[in-house]
Design a protein. Structure first.
Length: 277
């Protein structure tokens, strides 16, 4: 059975404990923990905040299966800047992998962001390959999967499609480097979401489920945009997808995260029930 997770970035103006309490109350299966201040920034975790995360995991019996450190724009972006800046981002993400391991996460998410308007593919691919190879080796060392996420063209000028994951896996053969599908990037680019299954096979290890509208990278409440989510869930059931899927509510719902977190999971559970998932 596919597991549904809560993404916590929308709770960043609230105590971290609210995320765990609400995830438990509303019937989420796990948390995908956003790693940015004031919550779960990797250096803060290393300095002692990891103990609070562990306490909340135990108190609410709510696992953190995924960790998503803030990095695809600020304060780190390994796709742009000097080699020293790239190395700094890599060290930050290695520390993030260490913290993911300590909290019991199965995966850490990374997103290759915008490489700069003057950069060419000939410059960007070697930079990405070097970075993911280094991070993948550390992921294998600590036993946490490195989950690579294509972004929308509004967020990245480089890594936006299933074919980019295919090329990455052609270059890097590491069982701890896997891919995922956030359903918004393929939707806004008129790309097939289900083609991710055909192209990636067992390398497709995770989903971000949210709704959207053509022509924007809006992350809208599931079931309230124009994406055929119910039909997509039927197809995911048909192909036997049984891994993780995080409901990715982000900053558009920051004013009332509790209300929206409940509505989101209720909407997705209702659609899953309707298609027999």
């Amino acid at each position: 059975m596919m597991k549904l997770g809560m993404f916590t970035s929308g709770y960043q103006r609230n105590p971290l404990e609210h995320c765990f309490a609400d995830a438990k109350e509303f019937g989420y299966d796990y948390i995908e923990l956003w790693g940015g201040r004031p919550h779960a920034y990797a250096p803060d975790l290393k300095a002692g905040d990891i103990n609070e995360v562990k306490r909340l995991i135990d108190k609410y019996e709510m696992p953190v299966l995924g960790y998503t450190p803030e990095h695809n724009g600020y304060p780190y972006n390994y796709m742009i800047g000097s080699e020293a800046q790239r190395q700094d981002a890599v060290e930050y993400l290695k520390l993030s992998l260490d913290m993911a391991k300590e909290m019991g996460a199965q995966y850490m998410l990374t997103s290759p962001a915008n490489g700069g308007y003057l950069a060419t593919y000939e410059e960007l691919w070697p930079r990405l390959e070097k970075t993911i190879r280094e991070l993948g080796e550390h992921a294998a060392k600590v036993g946490v999967k490195l989950t690579v996420e294509p972004l929308t063209p509004y967020e990245s000028n480089f890594f936006t499609r299933a074919n980019d994951l295919v090329e990455l896996f052609r270059r890097i053969d590491n069982p701890y480097v896997v891919g995922m599908c956030d359903v918004v990037p393929p939707f806004v680019q008129h790309e097939s979401i289900m083609a991710y299954f055909d192209k990636l096979g067992d390398k497709l290890d995770h989903f971000h489920i949210i709704d959207g509208e053509q022509g924007t990278d809006s992350h809208i409440m599931p079931g309230e945009g124009t994406m055929p989510l119910k039909e997509m869930l039927y197809e995911m059931k048909r192909v036997g997808y049984d891994r993780t899927a995080t409901i990715e509510l982000v900053l558009g719902y920051i004013n009332e995260p509790r209300m929206y977190a409940k509505r989101a999971v209720d909407n997705v559970r209702a659609m899953m029930k309707e298609v027999g998932f």
